[in-house]
Design a binder for this molecule. Structure first.
Ligand code: OAD
Length: 256
């Protein structure tokens, strides 16, 4: 089992190694950061995602085969996100606080399709796997906000085509969004923090290698060591709602 870092010691050493430069930070988040907000993670329940096989609901082929099922699936997830018991948690808020109080740049990249970073106060979050509160037209590519249920009857408000709207989700076999920006930020980062992700899905699972190549320290914060744990220079293991605020507080206090 990997040892948890001594937070103060890590922060002091890291900042000392970066003198003469305002350090930049890239944060990658996954389903684990939203688990304590009441949203199910992906790989908790026998490989099924809310009772469905990924191939039946999260691939372009699934949408061609059974668009009604796919719309229904994401409608349920969207409704779940707006349930009374779902809210951002201290980990989302701590990252927003870090963005507002850090002198350098803090880039948040999330694999999550929920809006809990935004509800926690973060701006400019890169949603590399898309957003459940958006749809786009497969005909003219126009993107729209999607707070209500979507269906195969929907008409694109831009080109007027019926049946062309789909959830703005990056499905398996599709290219994640903003990879050029993410790669640029990773190439310039001094610290890469991966939070609540199992390290199963590429390209996100490979970001730690890019940050390492850039000379950055790499920290995993997760409930337990992930598949990639040994690749990170450091680890903090526990719930995101406890560990993330503990770490960001130490960072902010160190530069106050
Ligand atoms: P996973 O479900 O694969 O992994 C969630 C990780 O969070 C696991 O390592 C858990 O140990 C950890 N975890 C659970 N509860 C936690 C807590 N309270 N605090 C901290 N960590 C906790 O989810 P992702 O890695 O996000 O892709 O999955 C990556 C991608 O696979 C998703 O974006 C999705 C999925 O298929 C697409 O839909 C394209």
């Amino acid at each position: 089992m990997r040892e948890n870092i001594d937070t103060q010691h890590f922060v002091t050493q890291w900042l000392e190694s970066r003198t003469g430069k305002v350090p930049n930070i890239v944060v990658l988040t996954g389903a684990g950061i939203s688990a304590e907000s009441g949203l199910q993670t992906f790989r908790g329940a026998g490989g099924l995602w809310c009772g469905h096989r990924v191939e039946d609901v999260a691939t372009p082929q699934a949408f061609i085969r059974d668009p009604v099922l796919v719309h229904q699936f994401y409608n349920e997830r969207r409704k779940g996100l707006f349930g009374d018991d779902v809210a951002s948690n201290p980990a989302h808020k701590a990252l927003a606080d870090l963005q507002q109080n850090w002198l350098g740049e803090v880039t948040i990249v999330t694999q999550n399709i929920d809006d809990l970073h935004e509800r926690g106060g973060s701006d400019d979050v890169i949603h590399m796997h898309g957003e459940i509160c958006k749809s786009f037209c497969t005909h003219c590519r126009e993107k729209v906000e999607q707070k209500e249920d979507s269906s195969i009857e929907d008409i694109c408000s831009s080109c007027g085509k019926k049946g062309s709207m789909r959830p703005d989700i990056v499905w398996f076999g599709e290219m994640p969004y903003d990879m050029d920006i993410i790669e640029m930020k990773l190439a310039q980062t001094d610290l890469f923090i991966s939070i609540g992700t199992s390290g199963n899905v590429y390209p996100a699972a490979g970001f730690v290698f890019m940050a390492t190549n850039a000379g950055a320290k790499t920290l995993e914060i997760n409930l337990e060591p992930s598949m990639n744990a040994q690749i990170f220079t450091h680890g903090m293991y526990g719930t995101a709602s406890t560990e993330v605020p503990r770490f960001t507080k130490a960072l902010i206090e160190a530069v106050d």
